[in-house]
Design a protein around this ligand. Structure first.
Ligand code: XMP
Length: 327
């Protein structure tokens, strides 16, 4: 039987009890596969790699080493949360790599979106391979592959979405405990493993991160404007009860300035664009109709709190004809 095909008899994991049974079964399988050998995992902090990390910690504890690469394009508070949850609460062997300067220096002056993606993807692999090379006796690589990844790679749909995918020349055997699960099942397993809601219910976040929302050539100041405005947006969506209800929402800072006025003086600053969409499969998307009060609050907070910003715009274009991300 092809181990990459979900058997028809496999029950959809919708309850804590079913998740507990799955976890027990996977722990036994991981132990049998790995024995006393060592496993390495690239832990991005996304739902899939976080659930795989938590499962492996339960199964093999200190035989697992997690590597979290901060490429400087993560959302506000993300690296801190990964360190807190995995190193401090779950006691994982976690290597934190601060690669911010390395990525941002390579990206300086690069405005073409696909070139930006390629640089981020290649640099990620290089950093990860360097870290792997420093460790002795690693036999396995764990990955948060899920069933839609298998289905979509067969169809050739997701070729450009694989930042963080690791190259075969790393030459490890793979441990992929959630590869037959759908996203909703991974979330149920994550909750049952005790991971925080903010990690398990996270909205989709692209591999190149905030890099594709800092339109054109990334500069550190504009990237900070993306990061700070995104944090405000997430806070206000949560306060308005929209977290978990809207599929994906984020801010974008384009590479142009416009005139404004602050404290009686002329300003020349960037706009922040807000995008909030709903979709089932990300192939088409509709725009969420935001309450007026929420929009007013977002405008006043973002223009008051985010440095270098004097205007807030709301994008109400569906996909098609616009894509969800700007690059
Ligand atoms: P688009 O912009 O193509 O986005 O309408 C559809 C979904 O895919 C995500 N996305 C990416 N995910 N690497 C990823 O891992 C990427 O390069 C990438 N580009 C877009 C996007 O956030 C949305 O959920």
């Amino acid at each position: 039987m092809d181990s990459n095909v979900r058997p028809d008899t496999m029950q959809r994991i919708t309850t804590k009890e079913l998740a507990e049974a799955f976890i027990a079964e996977q722990i036994a399988e991981i132990k049998a596969q790995v024995g006393d050998k060592k496993v390495l995992l690239a832990l991005s902090g996304g739902v899939d790699s976080s659930v795989v990390a938590a499962l492996l910690i339960k199964a093999i504890g200190s035989q697992l080493t997690c590597v979290h690469v901060n490429h400087g394009l993560l959302r506000k508070g993300e690296p801190e949360q990964v360190i807190r949850v995995f190193r401090e609460e779950l006691g994982a062997n976690l290597i934190y790599v601060d690669a911010v300067d390395r990525f941002l220096d390579k990206l300086a002056g690069v405005s073409d979106p696909e070139t930006k993606r390629k640089i981020i993807g290649k640099e990620f692999i290089d950093v990860f391979a360097e870290e792997a090379g420093k460790l002795d006796g690693i036999s396995f690589l764990a990955q948060g592959t899920i069933y839609p990844d298998i289905l979509e790679s067969q169809d050739g749909i997701k070729a450009h979405h694989n930042v963080g995918g690791l190259p075969p020349e790393l030459n490890f055997d793979l441990v992929e405990p959630v590869k037959l699960l759908y996203k909703d099942e991974v979330r149920v397993v994550g909750h049952t493993l005790g991971l925080p809601d903010s990690m398990v219910e996270r909205q989709p976040f692209p591999g190149p991160g905030l890099g594709v929302r800092c339109v054109g050539a990334i500069t550190r100041d504009r990237l900070e404007a993306v990061r700070e405005s995104d944090a405000i947006l997430r806070e206000e969506f949560a306060a308005a009860g929209l977290q978990g209800k809207v599929w994906q929402y984020f801010t974008v800072v384009p590479d142009f300035k416009s005139t404004g006025i602050k404290d009686g003086k002329r300003t020349f600053d960037w706009p922040v664009i807000i995008r909030a969409v709903n979709t089932r499969d990300a192939i088409t998307a509709t725009v969420e109709e935001l309450p007026w009060d929420l929009m007013k609050k977002l405008v006043s907070r973002i223009t008051a709190e985010v440095k270098g910003v004097n205007r807030v715009l709301i994008d109400i274009t569906p996909k098609p004809c616009a894509t969800i991300e700007y690059e």
